[in-house]
Ligand binder design. Structure first.
Ligand code: 9YW
Length: 420
């Protein structure tokens, strides 16, 4: 750790602070994103714990009447982001997108509550109620019945937008007759590091379908033109459910209804995660609910099993074998996609680069389960990337080059909270 990197991280959090919510980075993303905001709160603890709570309360306050907490909230000056509210047309009081994002919020709340508990028990009660409703929403609107794991209805829901695992599902999306549009991301980042035009056409086609169906989420869970079961979403919801149960046991030990609801979520998601095991590649992988088959590729989400609190003897050792194979291929762990796969692309977004929020979750999970050396490899590589290239959005796992947006909130937060 050097003092200047610590100070740089604090400065980035302050620069991207919009008072009651944060931006992932200025320019590229002038909007509040769901899981970015939760990670931002972990960083704000190092500046001001009151501000950290404000961030997560602002996020939770965007909850839809059906229980969903959306992936984007359009507050303040959001004009530079495409697609904006006029494309989503969700009809919410605060304009939002019409899909969700990885549910890391309950895990973050548990960590805030451990170190800086809220003074006001009514506010905590309100937060827990919102979290139970959001988790229940996932079970109703996104749990895939065959596997009991969590499906996504748009690649953006996964937070890992252009993963090659989504390609076969995306190929089924017949591109609609779309009005001409201008992407704003390419004003800030080189096109070679971003999704392609064809992918954007499909992203917008899926949004059109949601809009045409008034964003009825249970319908979309079954009929969206894109559906894929995601190990990432499943692992994050399982971990968050365990953290939510611990919060309820601490703050509402008599709330039997909520306790048993969350307990049931844990049991079914635990089965769901295990059903994603894929013997062909010795890892937990995506599952295609339409073709009813596993996708045969290893991604960084495959290594979230320890973080999800699942340890399966035999499988765990095989999974660690895959981790070690990948470790020998790249200088910096953990690449978002298997470097031995033909679709690996070291610079293109989620098709290869390293992302610090995923590293944080895998690394914490490994440390909790006694995988000390592998956890340390991830932490040390995460630190080396920031030392070499500073606080970028993502990094080339072979050269360490910083890619995408710079001065990124969640990279700074993870640095303060875990890496340094
Ligand atoms: C986009 C903000 C978001 C993240 C996502 C990431 C990217 C937005 O940036 O998506 O327009 O491509 O994939 O996980 O929340 O940092």
């Amino acid at each position: 750790m050097t003092h200047s990197l610590y100070q740089d991280a604090i400065d980035i959090l302050k620069t991207n602070d919009r008072g009651t919510y944060s931006l992932p980075t200025q320019g590229l993303y002038p909007v509040q994103f769901n899981w970015d905001s939760a990670f931002a709160a972990l960083g704000y603890r190092f500046i001001n714990p009151v501000r950290a709570w404000q961030e997560v309360q602002q996020l939770a306050s965007s909850q839809w009447p059906d229980g969903m907490i959306p992936h984007i909230m359009f507050r303040g000056h959001h004009d530079g982001y495409f697609p904006g509210p006029s494309i989503w047309k969700t009809g919410q009081f605060t304009p939002t997108s019409g899909i969700t994002q990885p549910p890391v919020l309950a895990s973050v709340i548990r960590r805030l509550d451990d170190t800086h508990p809220l003074d006001d028990s009514i506010e905590m009660h309100d937060m827990l109620r919102r979290l139970v409703r959001w988790h229940e929403w996932f079970i109703v609107a996104r749990q895939e019945p065959q596997t009991e794991a969590i499906a996504i209805i748009h690649p953006w829901e996964s937070g890992r937008d252009n993963m090659s695992d989504w390609d076969s599902g995306m190929a089924r999306v017949e591109i609609a007759d779309l009005p001409p549009y201008t992407r704003r991301d390419l004003d800030h980042v080189d096109a070679s590091q971003r999704p392609t035009k064809e992918q954007y056409d499909r992203y917008l086609t899926i949004i059109k379908y949601g809009r045409d169906h008034q964003w009825r989420q249970d319908h979309l869970g079954q009929h969206s033109p894109f559906r894929m079961v995601d190990p990432g979403m499943t692992a994050f919801l399982l971990r968050s459910s365990r953290d939510l149960l611990a919060l309820l046991q601490k703050h509402q030990p008599d709330n039997q209804a909520a306790l048993s609801t969350v307990q049931q979520h844990i049991e079914s998601l635990d089965r769901g995660w295990k059903n994603l095991w894929n013997d062909k590649v010795n890892a937990y992988t995506c599952y295609d609910p339409v073709e009813q088959k596993h996708i045969n590729s290893v991604s960084s989400a495959s290594f979230l099993s320890c973080f999800a609190g699942v340890y399966e003897e035999g499988r765990h050792e095989k999974l660690m074998g895959e981790f070690d194979r990948i470790s020998n291929k790249v200088k910096f762990m953990v690449p978002s996609f298997d470097p031995d796969h033909a679709d690996f692309d070291a610079k293109r977004y989620w098709r290869g680069p390293v992302w610090h929020v995923i590293n944080d979750s895998i690394g914490r999970g490994f440390a909790e389960h006694g995988e000390t050396e592998r956890a340390e490899r991830i932490r040390a590589d995460s630190e080396a990337l920031i030392t070499q290239s500073k606080f970028f959005e993502y990094f080339d796992p072979i050269t360490g080059e910083g890619l995408g947006g710079k001065d990124f909130t969640w990279t700074a937060s993870v640095y303060l909270d875990w890496v340094m």
